[in-house]
Design a protein. Structure first.
Length: 432
């Protein structure tokens, strides 16, 4: 049986724990520990001692517990079987993390589902070598950065999804604006994850979210960006969505040979543009043409637009004017929650301010952004499931999409709390 003379490890800094491959040691063996390391001697599954930086000699005088675990003759030089572990105590600040698959979340501002990715890095230090070895390393020959990420992937993915969802819902911001809160989210995540790392002897030194983004080729993202770009264009030029639709109507009438008012409307648009006042004069000429040719036009029963008497299908909405009229309930007046303009149930955006129509599932009233209940009938606004993001209606106790339990108990008063509420409504205690 061989007797080891000198044990030392000068390895990769990405390795946090390394076991010396030879288990046959001997008394008087020299153990060398660097400044950024700790060495742990394990015999029969029991930690005998922890060695700090310096040169150490393995003997019963320095390690009294060996005399109980190993039968060593007095004054002799005897071999014995034991394990030597080196624990890397250096700060590792470049541990990269990221979401392997997109997280499906609903944008609370524009009510569309978008896939979200998050990336960043965090720093750690092995604080309690014995706890780290016994709870996490176990019988692995080495424990490196890749193993650490594998073990804690579920922790940081769950916490990151919860943090991003919370900021979107509670601060009522769009996913396109989330990067303005990266510093706050990073601090929040570090506070939430530090106790979990500490249970395994690891100190979470820092945690950073470097970027939260959405795929550029996603259909919902492309549609949202196009709508925002169009809205910005309208704000810059100085006209509303309703006015733009009026321009399109006039242009369509001017290009329609079946409409007798097309020539006069075209003349109005041309004259208006010639003097630099196309919008105002065009509208005036359009109104004159409409009043002159009222007898030659009829009203579309669907969109109330003026079309030729011989036209069967409306060129504005495609309605078949020869179809029998269907009796329908009179639509109740719906007002925009932003500017108060009148809308219908078929409206997607307010014709005055462009604000997106967010209908109540019960009375169809426009619900303001960030509201939890309908201001008209008091119906509860659907909230996303904290696990999968599916919209939850009513007093659901389990998510119908993923089965996630929505019932939690307050640690302060014991009241059962449903949904994604962060504070107890009875005593105000924060709910995890």
């Amino acid at each position: 049986m061989a007797i080891v003379e000198v044990i030392q490890y000068n390895g990769n800094p990405d390795v946090f724990a390394w076991k010396y491959p030879n288990n046959e040691l001997g008394t008087w063996t020299q153990l060398i520990v660097n400044e950024s390391q700790e060495a742990i001697l394990v015999k029969g599954g029991q930690v005998c001692d922890i060695f700090q930086a310096g040169r150490h000699t393995l003997s019963t005088n320095n390690i009294p517990i060996l005399s109980k675990l190993v039968n060593i003759p007095f004054g002799g030089r005897s071999p014995f079987t034991a394990e030597v572990w080196y624990i890397n105590k250096v700060f590792s600040l470049d541990v990269k993390w990221g979401t392997s698959t997109p997280i499906q979340l609903q944008d609370p501002k524009y009510k569309v589902f978008v896939p979200v990715r998050a990336f960043g890095q965090f720093g750690i230090q092995i604080e309690d070598s014995k706890k780290f070895l016994l709870k996490l390393v176990g019988t692995l020959p080495t424990f490196d950065k890749a193993t650490l990420l594998k073990f804690f992937r579920g922790v940081y993915l769950t916490k990151a999804k919860d943090a991003i969802s919370s900021y979107l819902v509670h601060k009522n911001i769009s996913i396109l604006e989330i990067n303005a809160y990266l510093d706050e989210i990073s601090t929040f995540l570090q506070e939430k994850m530090a106790p979990t790392f500490s249970d395994y002897g690891i100190k979470l030194v820092s945690f950073f979210v470097n970027d939260i983004n959405v795929p550029e080729d996603d259909k919902a993202v492309v549609q949202l960006k196009n709508a925002l770009a169009k809205r910005a264009e309208m704000d810059i030029v100085g006209y509303s969505y309703q006015q733009e639709r009026s321009f399109d109507t006039l242009e369509g009438a001017a290009n329609n040979p079946n409409s007798m008012s097309g020539g006069l409307m075209g003349a109005g648009i041309g004259l208006g543009m010639g003097v630099g006042m196309g919008g105002a004069i065009g509208n005036q000429f359009g109104g004159i043409a409409q009043s002159i040719n009222t007898n030659d036009t009829k009203e579309c029963p669907n969109c109330k637009g003026r079309i030729g008497t011989n036209e069967r299908f409306c060129h504005l909405c495609g309605c078949d004017t020869s179809a029998p009229k269907k009796e329908s309930k009179k639509e109740s007046a719906i007002k925009c929650s932003n500017c108060g303009a009148a809308m219908t149930e078929n409206t997607k955006f307010c014709p005055e301010c462009g604000n997106r129509y967010n209908p109540c599932s019960n009375c169809k009233a426009d619900i303001p952004d960030g509201a939890k209940v309908c201001p008209e009938c008091g119906t509860k606004v659907p909230v996303p499931c904290p696990k999968c993001g599916h919209l939850l209606t009513g007093n659901s106790k389990f998510c119908p999409e993923c089965g996630h339990s929505l019932i939690r108990k307050c640690s302060g008063c014991g009241k059962e709390i449903e949904g994604s509420t962060k504070f107890c409504p009875e005593c105000g205690t924060p709910v995890n």
